[in-house]
Structure formats: C-alpha cells, structure tokens
Design a protein around this ligand. Structure first.
Ligand code: PFF
Length: 447
C-alpha cells in the first residue's frame, strides 16, 4: 500500500495528531495535582529531565517499530520479529488501551457535564461546600456520568470512522491550535489576577525538600503516561508517519508540545489557586472541585469556566481518539473488519467495561480490587504495570533482538539524515530506558 494514502499527509499533521494523543487529561488534570503534591517546580524539573532523557528516545522507538513495519501494534511485531512470540507485546498494548480507555472515558465524560454546567451557569454562585457537593452527587449518580461517558465514546468513534486522514488528522489540525489558543487565553486571565506571582513562584521555584523518592518515581511514571508510551499508541501513529519525515524531530516536537501544555496548565491553575487562597495540593479533584471556586471569584468567571472545560474536553478527545485507533487499526488490519464495524464493536466493548469504572464512584463504590475501587484499580494496573512492562518489552525487542543497522536505517531515513545523535539514542534504548523501566516496575510491586 502506498504510504501517502495509508497515513498522515504531512509532517505537521503527524505532529499535531500525535501531540493530540499525548496532550490529554494527563497534562491538564493529572499533572497539576501531582505537581501540587510534590513540591511544585522540583517535580517539574525532574519530569522535564525524564521526558528529554527517556521519553523522547522511547517515543522514537515506538515510531521506528510502527513506521518500519507499516502495521498496527500487533502486526508490527509479527512483521519485524525474527522468532515468533513478540506479538504478545502487541496484545498487551491492545489490552492496555482497552483498560486505559475504560477509566479515561469516565473523566472525559465528566468534562462534558462540566461544559454543560458552566454554559448553563449552574456553577456560579455556589459556596465551596456546594461545589464539592455538586461534584460528589454528580459522580456518584448512576445515570448522568454513564450517559456522558457514552456520549464521549460516540464522539470519539465518529472521528475514527472517518479514517486517518479525514478523521484523525483533520480533527487534530483544527482542535490542537484551538486548544493552544484557549490555553493562552486562560493564561492571560490567570496571570492578571492579584496574587498571581505567588502561584508562579510555587510552579517555578523548585522546593526539593518536598520531593520524595515516590515523587521522583511519580515524575517518571507521569512522563510515560503523558507521552502515551508503552501502549502502542505511538507505534500505531508511527506507522502513519511519512517515510521522508524525521522521527527524531517529530518526537522532539511532540514532547515539547506535551511539556508546554502541562506547564501552561500549571500557569493557568496555580496563580488562580493562590490568588483565591485555595490549597494547591488539592489532589485529583483539583480541577473539578477547587477550580470552580476560583472561577466563581473572578470577573467573567462563568465564561472562563466554560472555556476551561472545553479545553479539557478537547485535550481528552484527541487522546481518546489515539486510544481507540490502537484497537481499530488492529481489528482493521489483522481481523479485516471494516473501519465502521471496528469502531462500533470496540466502542461497545469499552463501554461495557467502562461502565463499571464510572459506577465505581457511586453504586459500586464498595467493590474493591486489591483494596482499590474499580476505577483506581484500572489506573494502577495500566500506569504501574502494563505501560512500563510494555515499554520494557519494546526496548528489549528493538535494542537487543532487532538488527542495529535496520534501526539506524529507519531513524536516518535510509541514510539521508545525518543521525549524529544515533549512538546516544541507541545507548539509551539498550541500557538507560530498560533500567529506568525496571525500577518503575519493581517499585510499583513493592510500594
Ligand atoms: N497521554 C494521555 C494523557 O496524558 O492524557 C493519556 C494516554 C493516551 C495514555 C493514549 C496512553 C495512550 F495510549
């Protein structure tokens, strides 16, 4: 099949689509609260280091596997492996994508509800206690969160059915610039609040005394989750990148976008949080329970609340697209289903599993797996086990069981690019990344 027709039509299309996959709830919802709990700027610096030192090389690794094989995450290993068995990594990827999407779509669905509430002015004028109560009663309801989750799944599947170019690439080319504009708008609003300086100080002044070993591991785990590594999302998108594009530059751009959005989200959130005397270490509820109070206290707060939740919704959508595409690319190429059939069936499977995650905030809150709610359990097994184990297996495959000359050939586009950093990349691929991954996996098991 001609690559021009199979995948993205331009490098900017590839960058925006993959950056869309990377930039998500992880950046705007998870990053700020982790930063809040782990010494602000110290967490930022450590996370930045991990993104540059390990994240970018791992993203390149996924791209190499995808583009070299021109296949989905399972087909890629089947095509590249010299001895059978490596495709198991691909099946792990599919499993991980299903599980992540099942719990991720819960929080994605919440954004829809909050967009509706912000637009219909239901969030304004509430006291902090009422804001918390609204969040608790919404998330524990047995109908609305499920309804919004389903809406989000349908929206995602719709984009997927239009295909790689007319669906994924086109939507990313529109939504990613919109996301940046909305984010900058929110930054201006936040930075012009009285007391913004204190929030910026918290974000950019590293307090290493608050950074524990767990915080450092958290920063490492966050870099994997945020860059969507270890699940095959980047293998799948890598298979759509044109042969003439530089995988190194593409990975750098995506990672820079991802970091920038996380930092800008911090610039939006912390000045506002400090300006209204809220707690920066508010935890996972930071954006849903703390921020509405902030919006309530600022001029034109209802408008900015709506803008903020639209922003969060867009970030979530481009990521759910990448999650479902991992599965759809597999069923289309390996099982020869049509794109439409693949989208519908995968939607139904994810919904059937995801409902349990949603209801674990309400009627199923007493159901515990390893002492955790269903939602937390899915989060734990994907972020702490499936993603790092998948990434580790991938580095071992490409670094130790695939010929170096072929890796170099793919990274230098058949020798047409200089590839001056290739040896550095290869060293990280073989030694540094696997070691870091083993540390994450072991600490996940112990802690
Ligand atoms: N990177 C996404 C985020 O930060 O929200 C989450 C994600 C998407 C993880 C796709 C894994 C994945 F395959």
């Amino acid at each position: 099949m001609n690559n021009e027709h199979r995948g993205f039509t331009s490098n900017i299309g590839a960058i925006l689509a993959a950056a869309g996959g990377a930039v998500g709830l992880g950046n705007i919802w998870r990053y700020p609260y982790m930063l809040g709990q782990n010494g602000g700027g110290a967490f930022l610096l450590v996370n930045m280091f991990f993104v540059l030192a390990i994240g970018i090389p791992l993203m390149m690794t996924e791209f190499v596997i995808g583009r070299r094989s021109q296949r989905n995450v399972v087909g890629a290993y089947k095509k590249l492996e010299r001895k059978k068995g490596w495709a198991t990594i691909g099946y792990f990827g599919i499993l991980g994508a299903v599980l992540i999407y099942a719990f991720y779509s819960v929080v994605a669905g919440w954004t829809l509800n909050y967009i509706v509430m912000a637009c219909s002015n239901q969030l304004s004028g509430l006291t902090p206690a009422e804001v918390s109560e609204t969040f608790a009663s919404f998330t524990s309801d047995s109908f609305w969160p499920v309804f919004y989750q389903l809406m989000f799944l349908i929206l995602t599947a719709l984009v997927i059915t239009f295909g790689v170019q007319k669906g994924i690439e086109k939507v990313s080319k529109i939504l990613m610039p919109v996301l940046f504009i909305l984010l900058l708008l929110m930054c201006v609003r936040s930075l012009t609040l009285p007391g913004a300086k204190e929030g910026l100080g918290f974000l950019f002044h590293p307090d290493f005394s608050k950074l524990t070993g767990a915080g450092i591991l958290g920063a490492l785990g966050q870099s994997f989750f945020s860059l969507s590594l270890g699940m095959g999302a980047m293998v799948t998108y890598g298979s759509y990148i044109r042969k003439e594009d530089s995988l190194f530059k593409t990975s750098v751009w995506i990672s820079v976008c991802d970091l920038m959005v996380a930092i800008l989200a911090g610039v939006v959130i912390f000045p506002a949080v400090f300006s209204f005397g809220m707690d920066p270490a508010g935890g996972p509820q930071l954006v849903y329970v703390v921020l509405p109070n902030v919006f309530n206290n600022m001029p034109m707060g209802a408008l900015f609340a709506a803008v903020f939740f639209v922003l969060l919704g867009i970030a979530a959508l481009t990521s759910t697209i990448s999650l479902q595409e991992i599965i759809v690319a597999f069923t289309v190429e390996e099982l020869h289903w049509s794109r439409r059939k693949s989208s519908i069936i995968s939607l139904l499977v994810i919904f059937a599993i995801g409902v349990f995650c949603t209801l674990s905030f309400g009627p199923l809150s007493d159901v515990k797996l390893l002492d955790r709610t269903i939602f937390d359990f899915f989060d734990l097994i994907t972020a702490s086990y499936l993603m790092p184990i998948g990434a580790l297996a991938m580095t071992i495959f490409l670094g130790w069981f695939y010929p170096k000359v072929e890796v170099k050939d793919e990274i230098t586009n058949g020798g047409t690019l200089k590839g001056s950093l290739f040896e550095v990349y290869y060293f990280i691929l073989r030694y540094v990344a696997p070691l870091a991954l083993i540390v994450i996996i072991i600490s996940g098991i112990i802690g």
